[in-house]
Design a protein. Structure first.
Length: 551
């Protein structure tokens, strides 16, 4: 086929392939500078594997002084969701994975290599497809879906071991030029297919930066390049975009590894240099005794939103992903606790072939340390922002009690390392943060039930002696007096030697008061809790609890 045919397809194009080559010049001749990209489809939510890939791409580009850009792959119109682009941008922003070029919002782009959404690049793909038709490397195909189904049926009847549009089955591959011209002139719908030069049964070597050399069969299929709607297939768009955006390294999920023969073939057919490919192994999880990929349908932890909803600190999620990417990250982090992750000398080759197992305990540990290392001020800011988005109840609490919230942070932050994520606050410390907290709603635990009489006396004395002006030492000395009065040991050494001489120890006395105020036996410092919730509130709680015990 030829120029005469090429002239008839896509007649309204304003530029040809050479114009585009000139429009998007090579970024740099320096081989050590990376241009990488993250190119998701806006299907509504981001997979944790997507964030992982974006992170690695960004670090590699940044460290080398290169460019990391965002490209939206939205050629499959059926899979789009409204607001999908904003969702991707805000997620990347949330996790501080800045891109140097790409969509700024639902409508605008920034950068010199755009447009950065495939649905706006229709003319570019068509110009390159047209050029391939001109060079007889691609052809016009009029086959309908029914034709394709019929070909498939015949292939099955023939016991063909390879199904698809290729070789003798590729009906439109050798149509006479006059027929093609006549049908195009009649306005028949068409698609553009690659005229594959691949040989059946022939293999060739490909190279993956992580896996090394790979021997795979050549592609023999006359792959669709441009669909009936004028938009490209993923394969064709990948080649054209990654070339024109001057991507040096394609680092993507390993689900694309089987497409490598088609992709390399497309780059070569188009006369483009082939980029370096790295196919990242997926993040796995144990399901019973077997390991499987994290699934967006089955596993909430596959969704990036999950971590945002729970309120994991951004740094914890990112650091955790980097421990998956590199066994050297943890040691690096120990030495560079405040360093930006783009300084980490990541080596994509070392990300490994076996998918890493997602380890929630490890994430939690990293998160606890991360929360522990934050300042009270930072926690205040971060939690306020998180609650405004994800926790209506905590948000209301913070809005109404800003100062109290600020004062509460040291209560759990200074001595314990238990908070992993902001949703823990309401779960672990409802007695601090739940405005509707009711200290009498829980069942009376056995420990209190069995010592009901003592507890009633102790709480009665506590109320009688309590003075909000007491500092923590005086407050505690009064509790000691109460303990002695009811024969609870104040000296733990003595108590341990002869427990039978006592009804219990000071620890038990404190635990009754603690429970009355918080409904928990294990809490941070009780006097600090009282200073946060206020003397009045603490007294009210004890009185109410006492009434409940008496009743
Ligand atoms: N749009 C593709 C996806 O979401 C991207 C593949 C690639 O990175 O090349 O899976």
């Amino acid at each position: 086929m030829s120029k005469a045919v090429a002239d008839l397809i896509y007649p309204d194009l304003t530029k040809n392939y050479a114009d585009y080559e000139a429009l998007y010049p090579i970024r740099t001749e320096d081989d050590s500078v990376y241009t990488t990209r993250f190119s998701p489809s806006p299907t509504g939510f981001m997979h944790i594997g997507g964030l992982y890939a974006a992170l690695i791409n960004r670090i590699l580009a940044k460290r080398s002084g290169g460019t990391f850009y965002l490209r939206i792959e939205d050629t499959d119109q059926k899979r789009q969701v409204e607001g999908g682009v904003s969702e991707i941008i805000s997620t990347l922003n949330e996790f501080e994975i800045q891109f140097d070029e790409g969509p700024a919002n639902e409508t605008e782009d920034y950068g010199n290599y755009g447009p950065y959404r495939q649905s706006r690049r229709g003319e570019i793909y068509q110009a390159f497809a047209k050029h391939l038709v001109e060079e007889d490397k691609a052809y016009v195909c009029f086959c309908t879906e029914e034709d394709i189904a019929e070909i498939r049926k015949k292939q099955e009847e023939d016991n063909c071991n390879f199904l698809g549009y290729y070789g003798k089955w590729a009906r439109c591959r050798n149509l006479p030029e006059e027929e093609v011209i006549a049908r195009l002139k009649r306005g028949e719908e068409f698609i553009i297919r690659l005229k594959s030069e691949g040989k059946d049964g022939q293999t060739r070597e490909f190279y993956d930066e992580i896996r090394g050399p790979l021997t795979m069969p050549e592609n023999i299929i006359d792959t669709v390049l441009i669909k009936r709607d004028g938009l490209p297939t993923y394969h064709f768009a990948h080649a054209v975009d990654d070339h024109l955006m001057r991507t040096t390294d394609v680092i993507r999920a390993d689900e694309w590894i089987s497409s490598l023969p088609i992709h390399v073939q497309l780059f070569e057919t188009l006369g483009f240099p082939v980029p370096r490919y790295s196919h990242l192994s997926p993040i796995m999880k144990m399901d019973g005794n077997s390991k499987r990929k994290l699934s967006k349908r089955k596993d909430p932890e596959a969704r990036v939103h999950h971590y945002m909803e729970l309120g994991y600190p951004v740094k914890a999620v990112i650091d955790y992903l980097l421990t998956i990417a590199s066994s050297e990250f943890e040691d690096w982090r120990k030495e560079h606790s405040d360093e930006d992750i783009t300084q980490f000398p990541i080596d994509v080759k070392k990300t490994g072939v076996a998918g890493a197992l997602f380890d929630p305990d490890k994430l939690d540990n990293i998160a606890k340390n991360c929360v522990g290392a934050m300042s009270g001020e930072e926690i205040f800011e971060t939690v306020s922002q998180w609650a405004a988005q994800f926790d209506e109840k905590l948000n209301q609490y913070i809005s109404a009690n800003g100062e109290r919230f600020q004062n509460s942070i040291p209560v759990w932050h200074e001595r314990r390392l238990d908070v992993r994520r902001w949703s823990d606050l309401m779960n672990f410390y409802p007695y601090l943060y739940d405005s509707e907290f009711d200290n009498c709603s829980c069942e009376i635990p056995e420990k209190i039930q069995n010592n009901r009489g003592d507890v009633i006396s102790i709480l009665t004395d506590y109320l009688a002696s309590y003075d909000s002006a007491d500092d923590s030492d005086v407050w505690f000395s009064k509790i000691k007096v109460i303990a002695e009065k009811y024969n609870y040991a104040v000296k733990m050494g003595k108590y341990k030697k002869n427990p039978e001489d006592y009804r219990g120890s000071i620890v038990d006395v404190a635990s009754y008061i603690r429970f009355a105020i918080t409904s928990h036996f294990d809490t941070p410092d009780l006097h600090q809790i009282i200073s946060v919730i206020g003397a009045e509130e603490s007294i009210e709680r004890v009185s109410r609890f006492l009434e409940k015990l008496k009743g």
